[in-house]
Design a binder for this molecule. Structure first.
Ligand SMILES: C[S@@+](CC[C@H](N)C(=O)[O-])C[C@H]1O[C@@H](n2cnc3c(N)ncnc32)[C@H](O)[C@@H]1O
Length: 314
């Protein structure tokens, strides 16, 4: 993967906003457990025989790995991201995981990966570009749906308005934070940390205005409804139960869960520190990390999946 489409070489390092590949790998199984099957099925029901899909902020390809087998037929994906290294990792990971489950993966050209799945091939290409410019830099005339996962709470209200005005095809946005976050057992500084973290979620994230953060599900629904789309949403929460006596029932290995929780809460404390006393945030974090080590921390992070469908043309 050395010959990707580029429209700009000058990108910032996004790791501080949580796009490091190891974090994306830790969250992938939790994202897979969280995404709404109902919303995915409603999207798939509206796709044509061989859908052409654009995945915005594709990262290492987690959404494709979850959704492509559910679509279960020939399909073409354009993975869009500003980070070349993540896109390169996406191609490698998709090919490796496909081969691990017995699907052949081939590269018919330097820009194209083909996964030979039983129901029909998945054709995968990439577009490295800054989505701040979207939708003008997207190949919309050759697409049947625009998809995203864990992206559209970073964008601004203006960005969503532009997207809704430009699209005449389904828009699917998975894993939008909605603010229904809980951690057990409670800590005296939970409120202060949560308030500072919420404030940071609204910081400008490179999309031409304050990020929507937890306002995303409602703001996106309103913007698309105003353009005549029918909008559906469903909860898609991360849920982690303290291991207690139920270790055998945990959906993921303990070490993975502990590393996921550690990175999640370190990221939240770092974000919160931009807006609150750093020592208070550090004390909160140390207590939370001790509980993760002891296996006594439970957590719910509220997300919603959203599907906006344009009116059916007759
Ligand atoms: C939270 S990650 C989600 C990645 C992937 N969709 C997933 O679910 O694992 C957000 C992704 O959006 C990308 N991104 C953020 N801002 C972007 C921008 N302005 N243009 C293009 N990609 C962007 C990041 O590089 C990152 O891969």
């Amino acid at each position: 993967m050395s010959d990707l489409d580029h429209d700009d070489e000058d990108y910032e390092d996004d790791d501080e906003d949580g796009f490091a590949p190891d974090w994306l790998a830790l969250r992938e199984p939790y994202d897979a457990l969280a995404r709404s099957e109902r919303i995915a099925a409603a999207l798939i029901a509206r796709l044509p025989a061989r859908p052409r899909l654009i995945d915005l902020g594709a990262g290492t390809g987690s959404l494709l790995r979850w959704l492509a087998p559910r679509i279960g037929r020939a399909q073409a994906w354009t993975l869009v991201d500003s980070d070349t290294a993540l896109i390169e990792e996406a191609f490698e990971t998709i090919a490796d995981r496909a081969e691990a489950i017995g699907f052949k993966a081939t590269f018919p050209s330097r820009k194209t990966l083909l996964v030979h799945a039983p129901g029909g091939a998945w054709r995968i290409e990439a577009l490295v570009t800054d989505l701040a410019e979207a939708p003008r830099n997207l190949p919309l005339t050759a697409a049947d749906a625009v998809l995203s996962s864990a992206l559209c709470d970073l964008v601004s209200a203006r960005w969503v308005d532009r997207m809704a005005a430009a699209l005449r095809i389904p828009f699917y946005a998975a894993l939008l934070v909605d603010g229904r976050d809980r951690i057990w057992p409670p800590h005296p500084e939970d409120g202060a940390v949560a308030q500072a973290f919420r404030r940071d979620q609204g910081r400008e994230k490179g999309f031409g205005g304050p990020a929507l953060g937890p306002a995303a599900p409602r703001a996106i629904a309103q913007a698309f409804a105003a353009q005549g789309f029918t909008v559906e949403t469903a909860p898609a929460d991360w849920v982690v139960q303290a291991r207690g006596d139920t270790a055998a029932e945990l959906p993921l290995p303990r070490a993975h869960t502990a590393a996921f929780l550690q990175q999640l809460l370190v990221g939240q404390a770092d974000a919160a520190k931009r807006w609150m006393n750093g020592r208070t945030a550090d004390r909160w974090l140390l207590d939370r990390l001790d509980r993760i080590d002891a296996g006594t921390l439970s957590l719910r992070t509220g997300h919603r999946d959203l599907l906006a469908l344009p009116p059916v043309r007759r």
